[in-house]
Design a protein around this ligand. Structure first.
Ligand SMILES: [Fe+2]
Length: 270
């Protein structure tokens, strides 16, 4: 069995310290095999925010997979934002992340969907570089064909209906179709601050989209939360864990038979 904690959008600077403490205690209790952090680690991309995040992430035991979000570029340092948007993230946070995670049941890698700036008014929207996506897929294909294959990003490739925020990730639809064609099983994301689990079927794909909520005080109609994902020989189970009024509550777990996953149905094509 592989146990995964997935969280996103801590937004250090506007972090929810009680939710973070609860998550840290959960990591100590559950001892997940890996913790996946889906971006927006800081609020304004300040060095002080990154350093506080680094100290806290370092205190969580076990391996981590970390990808940046659109808030993880310097909000106020335009020169850096244009010429070295992820310099601070790469220097302070990236050394805490494994390049990828793989064990008997699961393999996970990352894809950066955030940008320092874009040729459009809204620099916060997600962008998929299809060459980067190919690199990520190749990484997953280098692991055992028997693993459930996941890519961690910041922006959902397609926004879920439950999100109060509705935007379009550039090349998101195309990326999802490509992941499906290559039998990748799941996309883990953050950004919209509400948790969700969906099976996306654009162009007949069957890619699971598993979104984490936020651990910040920037709520969008939902309490602070994170996801607990368990994969064994039989099933993948996702539970949303909410932190409200000093206690946890959990969603009805979402489950799928592993035999139904694309990587299991079509292992020879990997
Ligand atoms: Fe974001």
């Amino acid at each position: 069995m592989t146990s995964i904690i997935q969280f996103a959008d801590v937004h250090f600077g506007l972090e929810d310290q009680s939710a973070m403490a609860a998550l840290a205690a959960t990591v100590e209790t559950l001892k997940p095999d890996v913790t996946v952090i889906c971006g927006d680690i800081t609020q304004n991309g300040k060095v002080s925010e990154f350093e506080a995040a680094r100290d806290w992430i370092r205190s969580l035991s076990g391996p981590k997979i970390i990808t940046p979000g659109n808030h993880d570029t310097p909000m106020f340092g335009l020169f850096q934002r244009f010429f070295d948007p992820f310099g601070r993230f790469n220097r302070i946070i990236a050394p805490l992340s494994e390049p990828y995670f793989a064990d008997q049941y699961v393999s996970i890698t990352t894809l950066n969907t955030a940008r320092g700036w874009q040729k459009k008014a809204d620099w916060s929207v997600g962008v998929v570089d299809l060459e980067d996506l190919d690199t990520a897929v190749q990484q997953l294909m280098s692991t055992s064909p028997a693993t459930v294959k996941m890519i961690a990003v910041h922006h959902p490739l397609i926004y879920p209906p439950v999100s109060p925020l509705q935007k379009e990730t550039q090349r998101g639809q195309e990326a999802l179709a490509s992941l499906s064609a290559q039998n990748i099983d799941a996309v883990l994301s953050g950004h919209v601050h509400v948790p969700f689990v969906l099976e996306r079927q654009p162009n007949l794909t069957e890619v699971m989209s598993i979104g984490a909520g936020t651990l910040s005080t920037r709520r969008r109609e939902k309490p602070a939360s994170f996801n607990h994902i368990v994969v064994d020989d039989e099933r993948i189970i996702v539970t949303e864990v909410f932190w409200k009024d000093g206690q946890f509550s959990t969603s009805e777990p979402w489950a799928k038979d592993v035999s139904e996953l694309k990587s299991r149905k079509f292992p020879n094509s990997l």
